[in-house]
Design a protein around this ligand. Structure first.
Ligand code: NAD
Ligand code: KPL
Length: 305
């Protein structure tokens, strides 16, 4: 009997994964927040994936967190700030030897989740795929990319990577997943907050070269101090390359603010500043950036954590 994938969070990435697994006839079940959401889902009749302009509805079965069935494999597809609480609600259902795949961007939420479920194996992911919702239970597959998966405490790849092959989810097992997560966090810290504060696309940061370079210098210091020298290598040139390559795009944080959604600041810039302070490292520009961003979010009436 193949193992069922439970997908916690029917948002952009959760839907993107659930629909592709379902399309490949891999058993998958969706966990929605509560009975009201389950009822709304029942009315919709399934999850819709829009790819290359074509939409297809997949009737993925769904349940609430307190449904009784044991969970062996759980894809956590909530935002970083929701992950810990969401997992806590299903923790009693985890079977011995259960595995969690954590899709959250940034750092901090993965450790918080792992602490909730010491009996389970937690696998972290870093994804460059892009998807967004244009309605309830409907997701547009906007950017093809790659997902790196890894377990910092255990280098052996799980057998279920075969399911991802079958589902056409481009992925690679990574034995240095923490390096990847830190590198992405550093890129996000150097780019995303400035796009919000300067109200610009990524390419607009080409006019703020000095500010970007100063932040890259401090982020490099931080990565080296916290045992991530590989993530620090040539950071500034990669940040400049990404700014150039994605010049026409709005950063994910810009889009969150623009849609008046809570940002993941605490797991990006907030995490960087917290770790710097833990290492007694003085990074004035990074701290000032966090302060400016928090003030800005507050002024817009958005959560600043
Ligand atoms: P999203 O907001 O679209 O989806 C999150 C879903 O989780 C929502 O449907 C929400 O209702 C649900 N949820 C929250 N708490 C829950 C609970 N207790 N029980 C059940 N469901 C719950 O978010 P997303 O864009 O899919 O992002 C998920 C993570 O993936 C984030 O950390 C994000 O940074 C990362 N990421 C997203 C993309 C992307 O293109 N969307 C790309 C790379 C990484
Ligand atoms: O990942 C990104 C984001 O917008 O979140 C990039 C494109 C790298 C910008 O930081």
């Amino acid at each position: 009997m193949p193992t069922t994938w439970h997908v916690l969070g029917a948002g952009s990435l959760g839907t993107l994964w659930a629909t592709r697994l379902a399309r490949a006839e891999v058993p998958v079940r969706l966990i929605v927040r509560d009975a009201a959401r389950l009822q709304a889902y029942g009315v919709a009749g399934g999850l819709t994936l829009v790819e290359h302009g074509e939409s297809q509805c997949y009737p993925v079965p769904a349940e609430t967190p307190d449904s009784g069935e044991p969970i062996n494999r759980l894809l956590v597809a909530c935002k970083a700030y929701d992950a810990e609480q969401a997992v806590a609600r299903v923790a009693p259902r985890l079977a011995p030897g259960a595995e969690l795949i954590l899709l959250q961007n940034g750092l901090g939420s993965q450790d918080a989740v792992a602490a909730q479920v010491p009996q389970a194996r937690c696998i972290c992911a870093s994804s460059t795929e892009g998807a967004f919702r244009d309605g309830d239970w409907r997701v547009i597959f906007a950017g093809h990319g790659y997902t790196w998966l890894g377990d910092a405490g255990h280098p052996v790849a799980p057998i279920w990577l075969d399911d991802l092959d079958a589902a056409g989810i481009p992925h690679q097992w990574s034995t240095d997943i923490l390096t990847r997560l830190w590198r992405k966090l550093a890129l996000n810290c150097a780019i995303n907050p400035l796009t919000v504060l300067h109200d610009c696309r990524n390419g607009g940061l080409q006019d703020h070269h000095c500010e970007v370079a100063t932040l890259c210098g401090e982020l490099t210091e931080l990565l080296e101090r916290c045992g991530q020298p590989a993530a620090a290598e040539d950071l500034q040139s990669e940040v400049e390359r990404v700014i150039h390559a994605t010049a026409a795009n709005y950063s994910s944080m810009y889009q969150d603010v623009n849609h008046r959604r809570r940002t993941e600041i605490s797991y990006l810039l907030g995490h960087a500043c917290k770790v710097a302070s833990r290492h007694q490292l003085n990074l004035p520009h990074l701290n000032q950036l966090q302060q400016r961003l928090r003030t800005h979010l507050h002024s817009l009436g958005l959560p600043s954590d």
